[in-house]
Design a protein. Structure first.
Length: 570
């Protein structure tokens, strides 16, 4: 059950638990009708534990409720206890926290989370199909950091293996491309793959070249290092555009020296056996194919290096959780990996988790490096930026050119990132331009535009957000204001839920809800001037400006956790 980080949700659960004399964890939800109350606590877990009617427990808890500084009333509605918050207390908490100390408590302090994400293969382009691992992983890094965890973001590069042997074989057959670029290397790789379909011997040739590399051939090692360096420089250009930062960049090759120790360890525990000439871990008892450690030709594969990497991460970081943000097609591999580590006696294997995600299609089509159907991630970002620039000319034609260019880039990147986060992680994503470049609906510009509107209102109000932290909320009496304030106070709980479920989409949906609630509130003034945020009455204007500023602060923090910028103008 997700932690309760909002003091009001925590107080609601505590009030019911105290009234019922239980330490059973209770969930806090929002009543379907605001007229019922602000928070709802179901009595089902207690009823189950006591074999009692939950409606009777709800009546008993409501009758025993005592108001305090956060909650003022409680009523029973079937199996639920509905509680009302003290409005002044909630507004004051929101203003002081959102505009001062921060809404999200550091619940993860002292704990480490490793996040393995992006992980492209060197000598290939950072293509659009890498987007989901990259942005989901970065969002999880940001979310957990916001919750106070020490997070180690890891880019586990594919820089070793038979496919790299085929590239070296291609270099030997066709010549090393000069100048050495990722484009030239990718073209060479595709050429070799095309020829390999006609001549099966080329597959064996590639394996033989990788064996030479793995055996330490100096010339091949030098060429490998050149290719790796060129690839990393090309990757970094795109990572810089996306605002992606890693704490550790280690390729599979980094674990090569550890392979003999890993194999000796598994052999020593009686887990490694020979099958058809290959060294494997038999997982038949667990209903899985064997985990291959070393192929019959003597070369190792990525599974062996993943075992070594897992041990290295535990010994280096002592993680609370170790997340692998990799597409759902690799689910079996991670089950094999985690099971092997568990069988080897590593209890921390239970802390390792595969975070799977669905495919992404651009215009209804998948992309493939091997078949040469590559859509570069940089090209998609450039196209998004161009489309946003055209949108800005319509919405804000007076924006200075340099500022318009910067905003178009920030929103263009946001378009690409948000479109790959807003859906539930394991669902496939269809990226359609008409849907993602929009000031309406489930799109980044809609959220970023709402933030820009809060900034515009604040500028026109002539107030700094920090100066509004102690604003008196007494003039705020509208239901729309109250609905928005309650929603803003839920930022910590929604962030925790996104982190605990590894679902950035939770935070996306929350921000979309905040935008909708904000729109319902500030547009009241379109029909009635007295309801404008910048009201004629100074105390009212100050209170409304504080709510507006808190909205902007929550949107900015939420966008930041997702990896998006929050431009002050649009």
């Amino acid at each position: 059950m997700p932690a309760l980080l909002s003091p009001f949700r925590r107080a609601a659960a505590a009030a019911v638990a105290q009234a019922l004399g239980t330490d059973v964890a209770l969930a806090v939800t929002t009543p379907p009708d605001p007229a019922l109350g602000d928070y709802a606590v179901g009595c089902f877990p207690v009823a189950k534990a006591r074999s009692t009617n939950p409606a009777e427990l709800a009546r008993r808890a409501a009758a025993a409720f005592q108001p305090d500084e956060l909650l003022v009333a409680a009523t029973a509605a079937g199996p639920y206890v509905n509680l009302r918050a003290d409005r002044g207390a909630l507004y004051r908490h929101l203003f002081s926290s959102a505009l001062g100390g921060g809404l999200i408590p550091a619940v993860g302090a002292g704990k480490t989370i490793c996040v393995d994400y992006s992980s492209p293969n060197i000598a290939k382009h950072l293509a659009y199909h890498h987007i989901r691992s990259t942005v989901i992983g970065q969002a999880l890094v940001n979310i957990h950091r916001a919750l106070g965890y020490r997070v180690v973001g890891i880019n586990h590069l594919g820089d070793w293996g038979t496919s790299f042997g085929m590239l070296l074989a291609g270099c030997a057959r066709y010549g090393v491309p000069e100048p050495l670029t990722v484009t030239a290397l990718n073209e060479l790789y595709v050429r070799y793959q095309t020829e390999a379909k006609k001549d099966a011997a080329l597959e064996d040739e590639g394996r033989a070249w990788f064996k030479k590399l793995e055996d330490g051939d100096p010339a091949l090692r030098a060429l490998w290092q050149r290719i790796r360096d060129v690839s990393l420089a090309a990757f970094q250009e795109v990572y810089d555009l996306l605002g992606v930062r890693f704490d550790e960049v280690r390729g599979e090759a980094a674990y090569e020296p550890d392979i003999p120790k890993v194999i000796a360890l598994l052999e020593g525990k009686g887990l490694a056996t020979v099958s058809e000439g290959a060294l494997v871990v038999d997982l038949a008892a667990e209903g899985m194919p064997p985990l291959i450690l070393r192929k019959a030709d003597g070369t190792t594969i990525y599974a062996t290096r993943d075992v070594a990497a897992a041990i290295y991460r535990w010994e280096t970081y002592g993680f609370e959780r170790s997340l692998y943000v990799v597409d759902k097609g690799q689910s079996l591999h991670f089950k094999q990996l985690f099971t092997t580590l568990k069988k080897a006696g590593f209890d921390w294997a239970d802390r390792m988790e595969h975070v799977p995600f669905g495919l992404v299609r651009l215009g209804g089509k998948k992309t493939s490096t091997r078949q040469g159907r590559v859509v570069l991630l940089k090209d998609v970002i450039d196209e998004a930026t161009t489309r946003v620039a055209a949108l800005l000319k319509e919405t804000n034609p007076d924006l200075p050119p340099a500022e318009a260019e910067a905003v178009a880039r920030d929103v263009g990147v946001g378009v690409v990132v948000f479109a790959n986060l807003v859906a539930q992680r394991e669902k496939d994503v269809d990226f359609e331009w008409e849907d993602v470049v929009s000031l309406h609906g489930d799109a980044a510009p809609y959220v970023q535009y709402a933030h820009a509107r809060t900034a515009s209102i604040l500028r026109r109000g002539g107030a700094a957000a920090a100066d509004l932290a102690a604003a008196d909320p007494a003039p705020l009496g509208r239901d729309e204001e109250w609905a928005l304030a309650k929603l803003l106070c839920d930022l910590p709980d929604e962030t925790a839920r996104a982190g605990e479920t590894d679902e950035p989409h939770v935070l996306c949906r929350y921000l979309l809800d905040v935008c909708a609630a904000f729109s319902r509130w500030y547009t009241l003034g379109n029909q009635d001037p007295s309801l404008k945020v910048l009201a004629a009455d100074a105390p009212t204007a100050r209170a409304r400006l504080a709510l507006n500023a808190a909205t902007g602060a929550v949107l900015a923090q939420g966008l930041g956790m997702l990896g998006l910028k929050a431009p002050p103008v649009m």
